[in-house]
Design a protein around this ligand. Structure first.
Ligand code: ZN
Length: 392
């Protein structure tokens, strides 16, 4: 147990402030390393086609892209009355990031994450990342989960002038949510089989399933962020230009109501675009459609007899489930993504994992409403429930 000063959002005053926090999982304080995360500094990562041409294994991938594998970080503290105060900006940023990973992990463990999953997961701190096809120069102003390196990336900032992403607990919890999805739904597989089946040669014959994976990844990652922080507006502190576009709470029909037919219309409309333009389109849209899903979960949690934690217990159980209706089983059996590309299938997998009646009913009412699903489409899971009727 270590008492340390970190930056945290104070909902009462509406600002970030230095706060004493107790960190429970650190095993090496100077390197800010422990069960929740392992920071790696000074790494250089280069991802381009030439380097990847002959990569077939995880080890080959690491060897190819890690131009510099980096090294442990060194954090400086001043101690006062038993509390460690980070002594400079990077020390504060790293201490806060670690604390944020710890909070995200504790929340996930309480929901049922298997303790061996993501234990001590690496995060590359301010790495020098170069991606082929992206703007020249290093990648900045972002955070991410990079499944092929089983690592988180906390990029340096350049133009973002608000709260650094590493210090935003919601942003770190969102990325941790991606890690949970990878660890549980894909069982930590380095290269999930579906991506080879659906998109051999890198091109996907059928877009619905492939884009759906992006949508549920982003929507559910936001749901994790809200669970950890209790703050549906967590993006505002660092990414105010997003406005309310990711807010799962305050109901706006345009933001919170969608349907399978709207999705298919959008897929058909974007199909003639070049592959790069489709990627650009969906790289933004997946967050917005994801907000419909995060909004449905948020709404369900407000019903009587259930809670946000019970809804998230259900979501995690749906990640870990293995029956024929589960996310993992459908991903594995679907040959081209045409089955997975259906909100009915995703809703069915989540609702089927509900551990109690009020949560099941609340999820039925919210998902049927927000995604225009009928009870019949949910195959017996929601026959006794009426949709909430907010989307009309
Ligand atoms: Zn994300």
């Amino acid at each position: 147990m270590i008492d340390m000063a970190v930056l945290q959002w104070n909902p009462d005053s509406g600002v970030y402030e230095l706060r004493e926090a107790t960190i429970t999982t650190l095993t090496d304080v100077e390197a800010m390393r422990g069960e929740a995360a392992t920071p790696i500094g000074n790494a250089e990562i280069i991802v381009d086609g030439g380097r990847l041409a002959h990569v077939e294994t995880e080890k080959q991938f690491r060897d190819a892209v890690l131009e510099d594998a980096g090294s442990p970080v060194e954090v400086q503290f001043l101690e006062q009355d038993g509390v460690l105060y980070p002594a400079d900006f990077h020390s504060l940023n790293l201490a806060t990031a670690y604390y944020n990973f710890e909070q995200a992990r504790l929340y996930a463990l309480a929901r049922g994450l298997a303790p061996e999953k993501l234990r001590g997961a690496p995060f590359y701190y301010f790495p020098d990342v170069h991606l082929q096809g992206a703007d020249p120069g290093r990648q900045v102003d972002n955070a991410g989960w990079f499944p092929l390196l089983r690592s988180f990336l906390l990029y340096p900032f350049d133009r973002l002038q608000e709260v650094p992403l590493a210090m935003n607990q919601g942003v770190v919890a969102h990325e941790y949510g991606h890690g949970i999805f990878h660890a549980e739904v894909f069982d930590g597989s380095w290269f999930p089989a579906y991506s080879v089946d659906w998109c051999p040669t890198g091109r996907c014959a059928q877009q619905a399933g492939y884009r759906m994976v992006g949508i549920i990844e982003e929507g559910f990652a936001d749901a994790w962020a809200v669970g950890v922080t209790g703050d549906p507006r967590f993006t505002h502190h660092s990414l105010s230009m997003l406005g309310d576009s990711r807010d799962p709470d305050r109901f706006v029909r345009k933001r919170h109501c969608y349907s399978q037919s709207a999705y298919e219309t959008e897929l058909a409309r974007t199909a003639p675009l070049s592959e790069a333009d489709q990627d650009r389109y969906w790289s933004r849209r997946q967050y917005e459609v994801g907000t419909v899903l995060a909004g449905a979960l948020y709404r369900a949690a407000r019903d009587e007899g259930t809670s946000y934690d019970q809804v998230m217990d259900t979501l995690l159980r749906s990640y870990r489930a293995s029956g024929s209706r589960s996310l993992g089983a459908v991903l594995e059996s679907d040959r081209d993504g045409s089955i997975f590309g259906s909100f009915r299938i995703v809703a069915r997998a989540v609702i089927d994992a509900a551990g109690d009646e009020p949560t099941r009913r609340a999820l039925c009412a919210a998902w049927m409403d927000r995604l225009a699903l009928t009870a019949a489409e949910l195959e017996g899971l929601c026959d006794d429930v009426a949709a909430n009727g907010e989307c009309g």
